[in-house]
Design a protein around this ligand. Structure first.
Ligand code: SAM
Length: 252
């Protein structure tokens, strides 16, 4: 049985998609996708030798070596154009994920890919900004909690009208907020997610309350130090806390 996090990712993959899972580790996701019949075939990409061997072993012991191709390499370099309909990347920071997507895009590795299912551990805003910049429409977002940690799962599709769809997503009007508040909302739409903010769940509130708690602890530790640098940083963190609180307060 998959973890709740991996199951949520698997559920976002359109049935019938040949799926490439990049940074696959033990290949849990591709094995599940093929075994459940959701994907006809899969590619598991891994940079590091240990996880690459673990993925090969997992595919073999599931009897799926013929339909799961396990490949060692950096990011999307393991793909040939046209080989995959869907790319999944999970369990790494949003900034590394964006680097992988961008390097792959420049090398033509996203040719033929129509769907991305991404689960950044942190730095989700980098991923949202990359998607907007490169013609991917964010169709849905989920936030979930598992073992005390919060995870976001983002699904995007390649769309010829992405610029129009994305423009609407990151406008305050998407949340029924006035245009005059666009400075506040633009930033937070990218950080917290337009769909998540529009249909806020208790889990979204919990995730950001936890973030506020972390920031408050940092501020408390800084209170002892008197250098101008520390003062400036402290003010910055306090501002951040106030803004998150403001956003949460406006979010049902
Ligand atoms: N995707 C799995 C999951 O969500 O459970 C595994 C996540 S694991 C924390 C991250 C994996 O990404 C590691 O196995 C690591 O070796 C791999 N990785 C890191 N950088 C990579 C890159 N540039 N290309 C391919 N794999 C990479």
């Amino acid at each position: 049985k998959l973890s709740k996090r991996l199951q949520t990712i698997a559920d976002r993959v359109t049935p019938g998609s040949r799926t490439a899972d990049i940074g696959s580790d033990h290949a849990l996701l591709p094995v599940y996708l093929v075994q459940s019949g959701r994907a006809p075939s899969a590619i598991a990409g891994e940079l590091n030798t240990g996880p690459y061997q673990a993925a090969s072993k997992a595919a073999a012991s599931a009897g799926l070596s013929a339909v799961i191709s396990v490949r060692q390499g950096d990011g999307l370099s393991v793909l040939q154009p046209g080989e995959a309909d869907t790319v999944t990347i999970a369990g790494m920071g949003g900034s590394l994920m964006t680097d992988i997507l961008e390097a792959g895009r420049l090398a033509g590795k996203l040719e033929g890919v129509r769907e991305l299912v991404l689960q950044p551990n942190v730095g989700e805003e980098f991923v949202r900004r990359w998607l907007v910049k490169h013609g991917w429409t964010l169709t849905d977002e989920t936030v979930l909690e598992e073992d005390g940690r919060f995870y976001e799962v983002l699904r995007a599709v390649l769309s010829p009208t992405a610029s129009i769809e994305n423009a609407a997503l990151y406008e305050p009007a998407f949340l029924n907020k006035p245009e005059t508040e666009s400075a506040l909302w633009a930033n937070w739409l990218y950080r917290m997610g337009p769909h998540l903010l529009r249909n806020p769940s208790p889990v979204l509130h919990q995730k950001w309350e936890l973030e506020i708690g972390k920031l408050e602890r940092i501020v408390a530790q800084m209170a002892g130090s008197d250098t101008p640098d520390a003062r400036a940083k402290e003010a910055e963190f306090r501002m951040e806390i106030a803004q998150i609180q403001e956003v949460l307060a406006c979010t049902p």
